[in-house]
Design a protein around this ligand. Structure first.
Ligand code: 763
Ligand code: MG
Length: 214
């Protein structure tokens, strides 16, 4: 039967990227998406914004919602200090399989735990299952209509501390209007918008960085 796009992306990484070299994995995926098939990785332009925020925060605990094929997972993991706890959630088991292989090709498999499941189920389990008290950095890149309920879940579960940073992808395209309205109007967050473009296109998109004020 016909292969899937994530499987074809994995093949491109295995063919064109050097094992143990995260930069070459990132480049191979971006090349595949620009010249072969578009895919919903955060991409190089928004990826640079992600890099700069991760570097600035230098987090000890990280959560990514939306692994997909592991592109942003590799971008984040390559910047983390040794001993950082990094968890990434993916809903689609086929994507989990591909992502684990792409992360392994980059040599970053010991830096991150890929967990299959939905945010609504797994966020309340973070403390007991993964020994997390609070997250220093959270990257939201999953179902756009889950951004708002999940940030409220983080608050309810006591998973944010003064200074926790949330970075949300796609706040323009596909869009997360209710989430934007919440973080921009809540006195409990300091929010900033980073304009960019939808990965591998000229369409408008952007990322929202929100700092929890406690
Ligand atoms: O839809 C997108 N991402 C989400 C995937 C499913 O995520 C499901 N999922 C992953 C963990 C997880 C945990 N809990 C629940 C659901 C959970 C997404 C979509 C586009 C896009 C933009 C324009 C288009 F014309 C078409 C698509 C771009 C992006 O950058 C995206 O990130
Ligand atoms: Mg995205």
């Amino acid at each position: 039967t016909r292969s899937t796009r994530p499987q074809r992306m994995l093949k491109a990484v295995q063919k064109n990227a050097t094992k143990g070299n995260p930069e070459s994995v990132i480049s191979a995926i971006d090349y595949f998406c620009k010249h072969s098939e578009w895919a919903m990785n955060v991409g190089d332009e928004k990826g640079s914004i992600l890099d700069s925020v991760v570097t600035e925060v230098n987090p000890s605990t990280v959560l990514e919602l939306g692994t997909y094929c592991g592109y942003s997972t590799v971008r984040i993991a390559r910047l983390l200090s040794p001993g950082t706890k990094f968890i990434t959630l993916e809903f689609n088991p086929a994507n989990v399989t591909v992502a684990r292989q792409i992360i392994a090709h980059a040599g970053l498999q010991d830096k991150v735990t890929v967990v299959e499941g939905s945010s609504g189920d797994l966020i309340p389990q973070m403390k007991e299952r993964f020994g997390i008290t609070t997250f220093d950095f959270i990257f939201l890149d999953h179902w756009k209509d889950r951004y708002l309920p999940d940030i409220k879940l983080f608050e309810e579960c006591g998973l944010l501390r003064k200074g926790s940073v949330l970075l949300a992808d796609n706040v323009i395209c596909p869009g997360a209007p209710e989430y934007l309205e919440y973080v921009r109007n809540s006195p409990r967050y300091e929010s900033r918008y980073y304009p960019a473009h939808l990965e591998y296109t000229t369409l408008e998109d952007g990322m929202e960085k929100s700092v929890f004020l406690g």
